[in-house]
Design a protein around this ligand. Structure first.
Ligand code: AMP
Length: 248
């Protein structure tokens, strides 16, 4: 079974992002970029399926500028088999990414697509759902446990008040949550081996997808600074403060 895993290059989760002084977005100059953490979990899951003999090939795909190649190499060093790089210089919105992925799914015919539940840069949480909608495939979002057989993927999801387990007919889209697994680090020999693994390049135009933005970002701004806390002398004073300031 072929598994497709889309991976996005995003600002590293340890970086404290700065808003550009003119409010036109986030400053990305000289900022460390990494694979979206949820996508590392998706790659890890695909590798585990392969190690269990349930997946035969793992194809990773990324839409982004030329540096995105590094993100694909990281996935290949973790254990994916080959990569597809869809070259796009500006931001690509979830609907356009989903359309690109749908075209690639058409060409590659995977049985399973494992997507991160959200990209930590824009926090959209849309691409996997849109992809499933475009393909008319079943979807299970926010997987915290997953198993796959010849014709079914079984997914446990954390929902309000408990766990829900779904069994989907393949082909299907699964989006993964933080607790699904702990991604491995790539070993040095595997990093070396990954240099020889193939990455095919294409473009949104070649795939026939219009990536022109449909959303306009009006302003980007820092959240208001938190005001300092203070100690109160008694419960009565606390109750008074809550009444006066929170309106409870
Ligand atoms: P989002 O809907 O933007 O929060 O992204 C959800 C998931 O879609 C990510 O975790 C990735 O698996 C995938 N994805 C989003 N953007 C891209 C991209 N540019 N290239 C590859 N995969 C992407």
């Amino acid at each position: 079974m072929k598994v497709l895993v889309p991976v996005k290059r995003v600002v590293d989760f340890n970086v404290k992002v700065r808003v550009r002084p003119d409010g036109s977005g986030v400053d990305l100059a000289n900022v460390k970029m990494s694979m979206n953490p949820f996508d590392e979990i998706a790659v890890e899951q695909a590798i585990r399926f392969k190690e269990q003999g349930k997946a035969s090939e793992i194809v990773v795909v990324s839409v982004g500028p030329k540096e995105t190649n590094e993100t694909l190499r990281t996935a290949l060093a973790m254990g994916a088999d080959r990569g597809i790089h869809v070259l796009a210089s500006g931001p690509v919105e979830p609907l356009a990414v989903a359309k690109i992925l749908a075209r690639i799914v058409g060409d590659e015919a995977p049985k399973l697509v494992i997507v991160g539940k959200q990209a930590i840069d824009d926090d959209c949480n849309q691409t996997g759902q849109m992809l499933a909608g475009l393909l008319r495939w079943p979807q299970a979002t926010f997987a915290s446990k997953a198993d796959v057989s010849e014709s079914t993927v079984t997914v446990t999801r954390e929902i309000d008040g408990g766990l829900q387990t779904l069994a989907l007919d393949l082909p299907a889209v699964v989006t993964c949550d933080l607790r699904l697994n702990e991604p491995r680090y790539a070993s040095l020999p595997n990093i070396m081996k990954a240099k020889k693994k193939p990455i095919a390049e294409t473009t949104p135009e070649a795939l026939g997808v219009d990536i022109a933005p449909r959303l306009k970002i009006s302003r980007t701004f820092e959240p208001p600074a938190r005001s300092g806390g203070r100690k109160v002398a008694s419960v009565a004073e606390l109750a008074q403060l809550v009444r006066d300031h929170v309106g409870v």
